[in-house]
Design a protein around this ligand. Sequence first.
Ligand code: SF4
Ligand code: SF4
Length: 475
Amino acid sequence: MEYKYDKMSPKAEEFINDREIWDTIAYAKANKDNRELIDSLLGRAADCRGLSHREAAVLLECEIPEVNEAVKSLAREIKNKLYGSRIVMFAPLYLSNYCVNGCTYCPYHHYNGHIRRKKLTQEEIRQEVIALQDMGHKRLAVESGEDPANNPIEYILESIRTIYSIRHKNGAIRRVNVNIAATTVENYRKLKEVGIGTYILFQETYHKENYERLHPTGPKHDYAYHTEAMDRAMEGGIDDVGIGVLFGLEMYRYDFIGLLMHAEHLEAYKGVGPHTISVPRVCPADDIDKADFDNAVSDEIFEKIVALIRIAVPYTGMIISTRESRASRERVLELGISQISGGSRTSVGGYVKEEELDENSAQFDVSDRRSLDEVVDWLLRLGYVPSFCTACYREGRTGDRFMTLLKSGQISNCCHPNALMTLKEYLVDYASEETRKRGEALIGKELANIPNSTVRQRAAEYIGQIEEGRRDFRF
Ligand code: SF4
Ligand code: SF4
């Protein structure tokens, strides 16, 4: 059947149109040395108005060294203008690694007989959450394999209720994002009702044939059902959705263009683009043959992809996980990353009991194995403000309400004080002495950077009250 490109179409093969992606690649190759076009794109993008998939593809293809430098410097500028020095912290929480799918790049795949299968009970979830609260986390991303018998939606919903209900010392999980398999509008509605933050689902790859080959069995094999999941999630009332591809599975150019087309589709069809874009790269894990993935994305290309996403969709948050090493995370932070995980365990039950070598229930190897306190201290040393803020979701600033505020520039009167207040909570309740000292000094300095004087004064008062034991202030 012949499909035509239409970003307003509800059909996966029309809004992620194969022909359009190949035409875009050809257009990018033909224009990769077109300085007039390239300079005009960079000039326009500087106003934070974003770029189309075709325009961003030209910049990705261009190999002129000074253009690559200009791309990075523009990404830094936009990052700084819209997100300042704040980096939002979160941690993944793995509920179950039972999975009926056959994804060839994931050790949880159904046919992996030597991985230990585990599903947390509600009591075990309680223990994991207490361990996460004791580290200082306020924002989680719940992860689970797809298995209607072992992990039905009722289990996921009950687990989210358990997570929100736990209060340990001054700890609380204030936002639960969810990364579970594509599901029905009805199930998305249930997730909305239980109060999730962002619904996250990675596309892995937008190339249909490769997608089907990498997902040979199980419900995830259905490309259209998976690709149209975000439309169903939004129909079910979820305002904030997070997309991403697994860079290194197949051709990065194709997936980069597909990712931007997906963002354009959500904006055109649902009126609001993705809340976040994640940029995971394939990494080693149990029962995964590295030779299967010879498309590994180099550090250089990876950095350029991050910079170009920042430029193309300036208002979409960008997430990086502990798959990446400290050095790699450091390089991309300044180019556009706004959220990172810290102190992560990628095994089921890993926060209470760290994985023994022979147990092996982790989804992927963690490159950055530092504790949350070490990650916070590292960010402070680099001049960033680690933020545990969850205010927007709790104030009902989601979807287009969030985007409107962000685009008006007013968010800087919320994000910055909220970051400083939640950092203060972290420092008082959980930080090591050294981190606390460094953090207090930064808060003192950064308070002056809150643009609105009334907000600035109130933030300073609240920070004083946090010192005295009060918690959970927000703008
Ligand atoms: Fe299951 Fe997700 Fe792993 Fe695929 S990627 S095998 S769906 S856990
Ligand atoms: Fe995120 Fe909103 Fe907090 Fe800013 S105020 S950091 S946008 S939750």
